[in-house]
Design a protein around this ligand. Sequence first.
Ligand SMILES: C[S@@+](CC[C@H](N)C(=O)[O-])C[C@H]1O[C@@H](n2cnc3c(N)ncnc32)[C@H](O)[C@@H]1O
Length: 277
Amino acid sequence: MVAAADPIACESSEYVDPDWIVVLPRRKKRKGQPKTPPPEDEHQKPWAPPDTEVDSTKKLKLVQNMQTCLKKLESSKFYDLFINQIQDPEVSTCFTRVLGSEPKMNMVMYGIGSIESFEAPRLQLSLAILMKRRFEWVGEIEVFDPVLSATEIKVIESLGCSVMSLNEQGRRETVKPMLFFMPHCEAVLYHNLLETNWDVNKLRNMALFGNSFEAYEHHASVVKDYIASAYTKRILIARTFTDEFRIPVVPDDHCKAFHESSWHFFNPESEKGLPIV
Ligand SMILES: C[S@@+](CC[C@H](N)C(=O)[O-])C[C@H]1O[C@@H](n2cnc3c(N)ncnc32)[C@H](O)[C@@H]1O
């Protein structure tokens, strides 16, 4: 990411990812001092929204906004390109490889953001829902973001998705084929997902939509004295056995929600085993 990889990534969140937002030159870091991950990253915790009351007026308005968003996205040039890309033999072969003998893969969606406050999260949720409607091999959709309110949860459920009651910190184990939809997430979540599944077969069970790993690599190559954090280090290593396909962007209303994103499929060589990170 030469440019700020994502000013939008922060649009819907107060959380700023130090590994993803790239800005102007910073103070030099001393060599050999990688950042230390915050300890709470490692723990999965039961979760409930801070507010328990569903606001029926807000709910109605949000349902209408979501319906508008679904229609707008479905009729967009971006959506055509997105679907064509999935059907392209190069990409569809990767999905088929992940599916193996299974008829479906469920979708886990982390880091959606607030669908009430921002359009990018509404578009991202809409894209996941349209994908499920379009492809029979997409199974149930589970959603999680700690910023979701009780009202947002009700709306997400009304659209046929479920919301997790556990903050997994991105650590879902891929005991079977699984699609991870993680638009503009912080590097720590990709790291946690990869670390939990740092096994040849588990990685092969995974299709990941998220920040471009190629962009992380590009950033590492152009920044002087770059030192990868523990999080980006794993992403950069995974990149060596990743098939990546950039999500097409067209300069329209939707591009902010999907820019710098890619499909990632992991195909490490069994014989070599995985690098120790
Ligand atoms: C940079 S924002 C991206 C939001 C939205 N997808 C977008 O593109 O605007 C990252 C999101 O990850 C969420 N997040 C943080 N920790 C998380 C966790 N453990 N599981 C799922 N989401 C998490 C944040 O609350 C935030 O909404």
